[in-house]
Design a binder for this molecule. Structure first.
Ligand code: Q0Z
Length: 287
């Protein structure tokens, strides 16, 4: 924990601190959530993996869209970032039909106003990636909205900007990850506006917590796909018959170790770096 910074906000698995008027510290903890519940057991290094991955993508996508990254702390889990005026919109891009997208398609043949061809299966790839914005509903759950509703929230011009940036970022990252054996089925970006009125990518980006990562070698459309990172934990929770209400179960050591190994595996595949080298010097992901 930083010693001088004021606490600003808590997420399920992250903490946000103020450094000064212009900057914030985003700290990724080792907490894990599954079925929307934070489990009592931590996954060692999970926060470092997610921080390193996010910074890796920021460094590689800054020509597509500027981002909030200032630098990484030596702990590898803390990101110093520019303080922005955040847009009240979750910018989701879907390349595959999963989760609420699959549910909406089954009911309406459309997702957030995008009409889709008939005959798609659960987890099918889409003819092209679609931008499906959502908002934080009062329930705490995200609520899919169409383009008109999104425009009411942030205006047509800003909407066109974040849509273009989201599709371009996803297109780059999904192609990159697929070559390394990871399907990024969908992802959620958060953008803010800087002092000059520019759209800036913020928060975490293209991590397994903000995206669905699937192992490419097990990809079989026609049903749900295993999660690259959380499948061991989910399987354990199902096996013991947990009712998915608070509190979640403790995870046994082998499930913790298997889950940690999957996070480290994703880090290695995507960055091409040994995770130990990141621990030694987080700056390696930025070069
Ligand atoms: C991100 C969140 C977390 C709780 C605010 N660069 C930025 N400028 C202004 N605000 C934010 C950012 Cl990243 C910002 N969140 C999400 C993160 C804990 C909530 F770690 N909220």
């Amino acid at each position: 924990m930083p010693d001088t910074a004021a606490h600003v906000a808590s997420g399920k698995v992250r903490e946000l601190y103020a450094l000064d008027h212009e900057s914030l510290l985003l700290v990724a903890t080792d907490r894990i959530s599954t079925f929307d519940v934070v489990l009592p057991t931590v996954i060692p290094d999970k926060g470092r993996v997610l921080t390193g991955l996010s910074a890796f993508w920021f460094a590689r996508t800054s020509s597509i869209c500027p981002n909030h990254l200032i630098g990484l702390r030596p702990d590898g889990r803390s990101t110093e970032c520019r303080r922005l005026e955040m847009l009240p919109l979750e910018c989701v891009v879907r390349g595959y039909l999963a989760g609420s997208g699959w549910k909406d398609y089954c009911r309406t043949s459309a997702v957030c106003g995008h009409r889709l061809p008939p005959g798609l299966l659960e987890s099918s790839s889409l003819p092209q990636p679609i931008f499906t914005p959502s908002t934080k509903a009062a329930s705490g759950h995200d609520e899919n909205i169409d383009r008109a509703q999104a425009a009411e929230l942030i205006g047509e011009e800003q909407l066109a900007g974040v849509e273009r940036a989201s599709l371009d970022l996803y297109g780059f990252a999904a192609a990159y990850a697929r070559e390394r054996g990871i399907v990024i089925a969908d992802t959620k970006f958060e953008f803010g506006i800087d002092g000059e009125g520019r759209i800036v990518l913020a928060d975490e980006a293209l991590t397994p917590d903000s995206s669905r990562f699937w192992p490419l070698d097990e990809y079989r459309p026609g049903g749900p796909q295993p999660s690259f990172d959380k499948q061991f934990a989910r399987d354990y929770c199902e096996r013991i018959g947990w009712d998915k209400q608070e509190p979640g179960p403790d995870l046994p050591a082998d499930v913790v170790e298997g889950t940690r190994a999957r996070y480290v595996e994703a880090f290695g595949r995507l960055t091409g770096l040994a995770f130990e080298d990141y621990i030694d010097d987080p700056g390696v992901v930025l070069r």
